[in-house]
Design a protein. Structure first.
Length: 307
């Protein structure tokens, strides 16, 4: 399969690595000059669950790519999605599928502004990736990657991509309800990630506080209210249990929003707690936790002079 990765940071490069190793024709696309230069000169080095290997893989800025692709995996941060969709427009055919595995809410609607719904495949993943240096990434865990087409006509192509992900060791799974999975993942990110960033605590430290458990429940209630507006039924107690269970396996891990703040980079808060606060407030439902969390994270970005 001819595959492009649009946004080749931690997760994008790692997926590119796995897909090329699995025998596919993969091109990385990115705007980060140091990443492009390093991968061109020294290759892409990935540490996948402790096994380190370097491969040669093409990488360029989207505007320099002349090819078109069967599948494009989007791996920008949420705030970079729209810009990347415009930048890759010339690489898409009428049949190119876009697979979106970004964290956050509202991405399917954004993508639908640029390509037909029949070509959109949404998903979530619990693989954990990190950038060790330009050209050097690590990928930890076992996944899965759960995906589902936005339009029923795209099911057979989605199943084919699930098979590709399975064959490449990425643990692809066909999701029967990706809309629910997306909201559930957003609940995890909207509690663990934002609180870890605000409190400067790893997951073990965070969940050792009784205050955290109380806040997680209140935040999830606000997410459930917003999800209902979006036609998704979230059971608050089940989601809280799911988050607590996830926290047990993460121990000393600092979630990506904490890493973004530490590295003075913009966070995805507007696509998580920020979206929930706005959806609730637009419908006259108070969402004080999500509103305050969004303001605190933006205040931190401003204090740090993030650009
Ligand atoms: P990332 O920050 O590593 O990469 C995103 C973009 O930022 C890429 O285009 C990358 O090249 C660029 N970038 C990264 N560091 C840069 C730097 N120092 N200077 C300039 N540009 C830089 O993001 P990611 O972790 O790959 O996440 C992509 C999406 O996947 C996000 O929506 C994220 O929430 C989601 N996600 C990530 C993980 C994970 O473990 N990393 C897991 C699940 C979902």
């Amino acid at each position: 399969m001819k595959i492009a990765i649009a946004g080749s940071g931690a997760l994008g490069s790692s997926f590119g690595f796995m897909l090329q190793k699995g025998g596919h024709d993969v091109t990385l696309m990115d705007y980060w000059d140091e990443q492009i230069q390093t991968i061109r000169e020294h290759g892409l080095t990935a540490n996948v669950n402790g096994v380190i290997e370097t491969i040669r893989i093409p990488i360029d800025k989207p505007e320099n790519i002349q090819d078109s692709f069967d599948v494009v995996f989007m791996f920008t941060k949420s705030m970079g999605l729209r810009h990347m969709l415009k930048a890759i427009a010339h690489t898409l055919t009428v049949d190119t599928k876009i697979v979106c595995l970004l964290n956050g809410l509202g991405h399917a609607k954004t993508i639908a502004e640029y390509i037909p719904t029949k070509n959109i495949i949404m998903g979530t993943t619990v693989w954990t990736a990190g950038l060790d240096a330009p050209g050097k990434v690590h990928l930890m865990g076992h996944g899965p990657v759960e995906i589902q087409e936005s339009d029923p006509s795209g099911k057979s192509e989605t199943l084919a991509i699930v098979k590709v992900l399975q064959d490449c060791g990425l643990n692809g799974v066909y999701s029967e309800d990706v809309h629910f999975t997306t909201w559930r993942k957003a609940c995890v990110n909207g509690t663990m990630n934002s609180l870890s960033a605000i409190l400067d605590a790893n997951i073990e430290e965070l969940f050792s506080s009784t205050q955290t458990h109380a806040m997680v429940k209140e935040i999830v209630k606000e997410f459930a209210a917003a999800a209902e507006i979006d036609g998704v039924d979230l059971n608050v107690d089940e989601i809280v249990d799911y988050i607590n269970q996830a926290s047990v396996n993460l121990g000393s891990h600092y979630p990506s929003m904490h890493q973004d703040i530490s590295n003075r980079r913009f966070t995805e808060i507007d696509f998580l707690n920020g979206t929930v606060a706005k959806m609730c407030e637009d419908n006259n439902i108070p969402a004080p936790y999500c509103r305050l969390i969004t303001q605190l994270i933006h205040a931190k970005e401003e204090i740090l002079g993030v650009k």
